[in-house]
Design a protein. Structure first.
Length: 63
């Protein structure tokens, strides 16, 4: 996974990103337990804006 993409995700989501896996067209983003709600944002606004900037579908999962 491209390191600059991971850094962009950390900045946009506002949480620590443990790892990122590509699954087809979707990126699985693993965040620490209890941080998924913050990464998703109110009504999905944070993750949706990150998807639009990166032009990739994101799925947030807790470790």
């Amino acid at each position: 996974m491209d390191q600059s993409l991971v850094e962009k995700l950390k900045t946009m989501l506002g949480v620590r990103v443990e790892r990122v896996e590509q699954q087809g067209e979707q990126l699985l983003v693993y965040v620490p337990k209890g941080q998924a709600a913050k990464a998703i944002g109110s009504g999905g606004s944070v993750v949706r804006s990150a998807e639009l900037v990166l032009n990739k579908k994101l799925a947030i999962k807790e470790l």
